[in-house]
Design a protein around this ligand. Sequence first.
Ligand code: PEP
Ligand code: CO
Length: 453
Amino acid sequence: MSSWQPYSFRERPVEQAIRYPDAAALEAAVSRLRAMPPIVTSWEIERLRAQLAEAEEGHRFVLQGGDCAETFADCRSDVIASKLKILLQMSLVLVHGAQRPIVRIGRFAGQYAKPRSQPSETRVIDGREQTLPNYFGDLVNRADFTEPARIPDPALLVEGYMHAALTMNFVRSLAASGFADVHRAHQWDLSFASGAQLADDVAREYRRTMKELLDAIRFMEAIGESRLEEISRVELFASHEGLHLEYEAAQTRTVPRREGHYCLTTHFPWIGERTRRLDGAHVELFRGVRNPIGVKLGPSATADEVLALSRTLNPQDERGKLVFITRMGHGAVATRLPPLLRAMRDAERRCLWICDPMHGNGTTTSTGRKTRDFGAILGELEESIDAHAREGTVFGGVHFELTGEDVTECIGGADGLREEDLDTAYATACDPRLNYRQALEMAFAITRRLRAG
Ligand code: PEP
Ligand code: CO
């Protein structure tokens, strides 16, 4: 294989490439990014790798979640805090199901670039069809449906970096200040006080789980259990799709006293389903960094592709290095997933398998709204749990698009959200997310399934 450098990706075909009209402005933005301090550190990245290595062995369970697309407008304290709350709450529920410590990874602090199936978008404005370049996320262009808004703007790269830094700063402060201490679990959901937000049985189940958990923690405190600090101190890692390679490469560096390069925009970048071709630019950039790397695998992924990706992205077969995020779609898991699991298992190659039950389950309503059905999402998870059990591989975690807000984007769940309800609070900048109640309900459903064995 040819030698790797932070910019060797420029020699490779770039899927989802962004064409900037002003090359000098792009270079100016990228050189500013190169001079800025990193968003995360190599220490944190190595720590995440160590935890993912344990997850591979079945000793930890990953919860990864957040918006499909973060927006600069949502870089606000209430939105970020409620996202953390739902992740923390879900993780506590999942401890019960998985009976393992949870590795919490947010889709935040940089989830600003979106791959699109279509390069352009057509809308009917005042009775006339108008076609404009698609919206590729706040890092690239603006969502407004006007021509100037849709022109890729390099200044957004620097703005994106700054919003990512602001978000990470707030996440770190909350985590360090005791907000994320499990002793305060009862404060993570203020809506319980009013009692009106969750379906009764979900609220009851949550309170019971919290009580059992806090009782267990108090018991361990009483007997001086040494791992307690780890259990009650909650860590949060950041992740995003490593789509915009100029943004990622500008923060890909060596650091003092460590070998190799780190991509310091995030702890855990992943390569999307649309950009995972073996000879492509995305695989090229990320094969050279020490971070753990995720790769989305959709229903077209073959065993040969998966083995080739593992040899390229993890040539030394290191622990905690490669995460395959499968997103086959409800109904497709039983035929699509087992050949991939068997290929890696039989080749004795290491990876962590987690399931994204969102991206294979998108549908469009008769009025043109993108949605996902709670039952299909849960169905894909259950089929994946079964497939791993049959193949003797580790079902290592889950990946969701969710929000702590009270949106109406996915149908189903205990509230029985229907297509007709979607207009009430449809707010996503991209794909439909589980709302607060659906997300918590999902965590309970997984827990029941995992406990049933
Ligand atoms: C995403 O995670 O938002 C995404 C676009 O996923 P995928 O690459 O799996 O389609
Ligand atoms: Co998405």
